[in-house]
Design a protein around this ligand. Sequence first.
Ligand code: BTN
Length: 331
Amino acid sequence: MSRTMSTRQQLLTYLKEGKGTWVSGESLADKMAVSRSAIWKHIRHLKEDGYVIDSSRRKGYLLRQSSALLLADEIKEGLHTSVFGRRGIVYFKETDSTNTRAKFMASDGAPEGTVVIAEEQTQGKGRRGRRWFSPPGEGIYASIILRPSISPHEAPRLTLLASVAVAEAILAMTSLQVNIKWPNDILINGRKVAGILTEISTEMDRIDYVIIGVGVNVNTPYASLPPDIKDIATSIVMETGKPFPRIALLRAYLEWLEMYYETFRTKGFEPVLNRWKILADIIGRRISVDLIDRVRTGEVLDIDKDGFLILREQDGTLERIISGDVTLLHK
Ligand code: BTN
């Protein structure tokens, strides 16, 4: 297996070095000390993985286009992180839910920074037991395993941290107006483009692992959005009118996530929360928040140091809320 992987990676490197010119099968076979038919077999697998490669009996092989799939090798190339995505990227063409897969791997001892990615999820999970629309090839569905030395009640901070990382990645790569809606919806022009689902496993009063799953609608056309989210969801392609490189966005997200996680570990939560507050623009706004069993209305006084929302209700009572569905109200 590892030999197959490394031969394949080597082959890709040689094809990429060719920079749009033909590379002969013979020279590849020589350099890699394998038969020409082995080369041909690997080329076939690369094509199945979405690489566009021309083959000619006389001239050899020419890489026309890299794969647009979220393959581990493509993500790692040019990824500027030291831990996230460096200790393993597990890729599925299709899976039930990357969060579910990541949980199994974390229980089996997978290290911090392991990333699980799927091209398609058959049971993508959203917050509050909802489904997350996860069609093949159009979005990013990724989960990362973290093992922070914090107590369980501090875990909501990581959700806010991840929402900042998603927002930063989109902001850095587009000129779109990106906002965070508490606690962790990423909005463009008031519509949801990405969401985060954090799941934690605790032992006594310490965290065993945290799974942060992010779903981003990247190249989803309006027509393919399910009717129930057509009015509230958006995608990057819908906002910019241009297909968007998923791989580059995923890399940027991992880089921002690692950067903020490092800030959190070394300097505490405050710098992250301050950035979150700027991106969220919710303090001082009138909102109603649906808490499953009741709805509360009032003014947002603050987001406290644990990531809870502090709401002042009409009668002046203060409510500290950990999670809910927020609707902004006009004054
Ligand atoms: C939300 O409801 O806003 C959260 C959506 C989170 C979706 C992502 S997609 C990758 C990961 N795997 C899942 O099953 N869910 C999260």
